[in-house]
Design a protein around this ligand. Structure first.
Ligand SMILES: NC(=O)c1ccc[n+]([C@@H]2O[C@H](COP(=O)([O-])OP(=O)(O)OC[C@H]3O[C@@H](n4cnc5c(N)ncnc54)[C@H](O)[C@@H]3O)[C@@H](O)[C@H]2O)c1
Length: 485
C-alpha cells in the first residue's frame, strides 16, 4: 500500500458512529505553525465568501496562493482584489483550468464553489493531487459521486469539509440537537425542513444564447453535457436545470435538509422516498420544481421537506412562515417542538407554544476547516464529507422521485399519500399556498413521483431501474468521476 493510501484508524466518532482516520497530507511534513496555501476555485458568487473567509485568517498563517475560475473576467477581478488587499505581496497564481492548479505542489488545500456538477470531480481530483478540500453544498450532483468523495477522503487520508456552515453552530443548533436527542421533549415524531425562499422566473430565452467570450464553456460544462446555452444567464441560473443544478432542494434546501437529518441522528439514506410538486406560477427556461414536498420515510420518524419559491399570495412580497420559520427546520416531538429559524440557533417550545429554551452561537466554518487541516483529525471537522454526502443525497433521491413522476389531480394525489404520517397535512398546506398564488392545481397539475424503495447500504433503489439510471450521471470524457475502491 502506498504511503498516500495509508491511514491510521483513530477513533469511533460518537456523533456519527463512523470510523475516523488521521488524514495524511502533501504537507504533513510541515510543522503546525507553517503557512497553509489555499486556492479558491469558482468565485462568481459564493466563492467570494471563501476568499474573504481565508483572508480573515491571514494572521493564523492562511494564505490565498491561487485562484481558479473558467471565467477570465471573474478570475482577473479576483486576482486584482487580492493584490490590492495584500499590498502586492501576495501574488496569487491564476488558473482557468483546475487541472493545472492541482499540479501546483505549493497548494495545500482547495476551496470549491463552482456549480454543483463540478463539485465531486473537482474534489476527488484535488484529493488525488494530495490536497485537502472544502467543498460547497450540495457536495455532489448525484448520489453515486457523493459516495465516491467519501471513499476518496478515507482512501487518500484527506480532510474534506462540506460547505454547510450551520454545522458550525455548535452552541446553537448542535446544542439543540443534543438536547432533543437526550429526550428532553420526548420522542421525535417528525423532522420538517423548510425552504420558503422567493425564486422569480428566469425568463425565456429566444433560441441559442451567446456564451460570454471570457468563459471557457467546455470547462464550465465539464462532466455534464455540453449543450447549447438556452437560458438568458449562464452564471447562477444553472441551479434550475437538471444537467448542472439540483433545484432549490439542492440549493438553499440542502442546508435545512442537513439540519433536519442532524436532529434525527440518521446516518444513512431513507429506505423509501417520494415527492410531489411542480414549477408553477410562471413559465420560464427553468426545469426544476419551485414548489415541492419530499417525504423521507425513516423508520423512527419521517423527514418531510417543503420547498416554496412563490410568495404568500399572487401580489404579496413576503414568504410564508410555519411556526416562525421560513427557511428553517421544525422538529415535532411528543412534548413540544424545536424551531431552527436561521443558521445560528434554535428555540424549544412546549406543546402550548410557550418558549422553554433557546440556543445561540456559531463558529467560523472556514476556520474550523483550517483547524482540522492542521490537526489532521477528521473528527475536528464540523461537517465531514460523509455528512455532506448523506444530506445532499437526500435531496437527490427526492428529486429522482419527482423526475419520474406523472401529472395527477389533487384528489388522486391525496389518495396515494394519505397513508404516510403527516403527509396529507403538508399537502393540504401546499395546495392552499398555490391557490393563494392563483395556481389552479386541477388545471396546472402537480407531478406526483412514485414511492421508491431504497437500499441504504448499497445506495441503490430497489425494483426501479428508471430510478437507478438517475443515481449516477453520464459523464462527458475526459471529465469522468472515478470510481474509488
Ligand atoms: N454555503 C452557502 O451558503 C452557499 C451560498 C451560495 C452558494 N453556495 C454554493 O456555491 C456554489 C456556487 O454557487 P454560485 O451561486 O456562486 O454560482 P455562480 O454560477 O454564481 O458561480 C460559480 C463560479 O464557478 C465558476 N466555474 C464554473 N466551472 C468552473 C470550473 N470548472 N473551474 C473553475 N471555476 C468554475 C464560474 O465561472 C463562476 O464564476 C453552488 O454549488 C452553491 O450551491 C453555497
Amino acid at each position: 500500500m502506498s504511503s498516500r493510501r495509508r491511514f491510521i484508524q483513530q477513533s469511533v466518532a460518537a456523533t456519527t458512529g463512523g470510523v475516523f482516520y488521521i488524514a495524511k497530507t502533501s504537507w504533513a511534513q510541515k510543522s503546525p505553525g507553517d503557512t497553509i496555501n489555499m486556492a479558491v476555485i469558482g468565485f462568481h458568487g459564493r466563492g467570494g465568501s471563501h476568499i474573504s473567509g481565508y483572508k480573515a485568517q491571514a494572521k493564523e498563517g492562511v494564505r490565498i496562493a491561487a485562484l481558479c475560475d473558467v471565467d477570465r473576467a471573474v478570475l482577473d477581478k479576483g486576482l486584482a482584489g487580492l493584490d490590492k488587499d495584500g499590498g502586492g505581496k501576495l501574488k496569487a497564481a491564476g488558473y482557468t483550468d483546475m487541472r493545472k492548479l492541482f499540479e501546483n505542489k505549493d497548494i495545500d488545500a482547495v476551496s470549491i464553489a463552482t456549480p454543483n456538477h463540478w463539485h465531486s470531480l473537482a474534489a476527488i481530483w484535488a484529493m488525488q493531487a494530495g490536497k485537502d478540500v472544502y467543498v460547497e453544498k450540495p457536495v455532489s450532483h448525484n448520489v453515486w459521486e457523493g459516495r465516491q468523495m467519501v471513499k476518496a477522503a478515507r482512501r487518500y487520508g484527506k480532510i474534506v469539509q462540506t460547505g454547510t456552515q450551520s454545522r458550525s453552530s455548535r452552541e446553537g443548533i448542535f446544542a439543540a440537537v443534543k438536547w432533543v436527542q437526550a429526550g428532553n421533549l420526548g420522542k421525535v415524531l417528525l423532522s420538517r425542513g423548510l425552504c420558503y425562499k422567493r425564486r422569480d422566473s428566469i425568463g425565456k430565452a429566444e433560441g441559442v444564447q451567446p456564451v460570454p467570450d471570457t468563459i471557457d464553456y467546455d470547462l464550465w460544462c465539464g462532466p455534464a453535457p455540453k449543450k447549447d446555452l438556452t437560458r438568458k444567464k449562464l452564471h447562477y441560473d444553472w441551479h434550475w436545470t437538471w444537467d448542472y443544478g439540483n433545484g432549490d432542494l439542492g440549493n438553499q434546501g440542502i442546508h435545512q435538509m442537513d439540519i433536519a437529518r442532524w436532529f434525527l441522528g440518521e446516518m444513512a439514506l431513507s429506505p423509501r422516498v417520494w415527492s410531489v410538486g411542480g414549477r408553477l406560477g410562471y413559465e420560464d427556461d427553468g426545469e426544476t420544481a419551485n414548489t415541492q414536498i419530499v417525504f423521507h420515510d425513516y423508520e423512527k420518524a419521517p423527514l418531510i421537506f417543503e420547498v416554496r419559491g412563490l410568495p404568500q399570495g399572487k401580489s404579496a412580497k413576503d414568504m410564508d412562515k410555519l411556526k416562525g420559520a421560513g427557511v428553517g427546520v421544525i422538529v415535532e416531538c411528543e412534548g413540544g417542538y424545536v424551531v431552527v429559524p436561521a443558521y445560528t440557533g434554535a428555540i424549544a417550545y412546549d406543546k402550548e407554544g410557550k418558549q422553554i429554551q433557546e440556543w445561540k452561537g456559531a463558529e467560523d466554518h472556514f476556520k474550523n476547516f483550517i483547524t482540522a487541516c492542521r490537526s489532521r483529525r477528521v473528527e475536528d471537522l464540523n461537517a465531514d464529507i460523509l455528512e455532506g454526502h448523506l444530506s445532499s443525497a437526500l435531496c437527490h433521491t427526492g428529486n429522482i422521485s419527482y423526475r419520474l413522476g406523472a401529472k395527477e389531480k389533487p384528489d388522486a394525489i391525496l389518495e396515494k399519500i394519505k397513508g404516510d404520517r403527516f403527509a396529507a397535512e403538508s399537502f393540504a398546506r401546499m395546495k392552499e399556498h398555490l391557490a393563494k398564488n392563483e395556481v389552479d392545481v386541477t388545471k396546472d397539475m402537480l407531478t406526483l413521483g412514485p414511492a421508491l424503495k431504497f437500499d441504504p447500504e448499497k445506495e441503490r433503489f430497489i425494483d426501479s431501474e428508471a430510478a437507478n439510471a438517475l443515481v449516477k450521471d453520464k459523464y462527458r470524457e475526459p471529465f469522468v468521476v472515478p470510481e474509488i475502491a
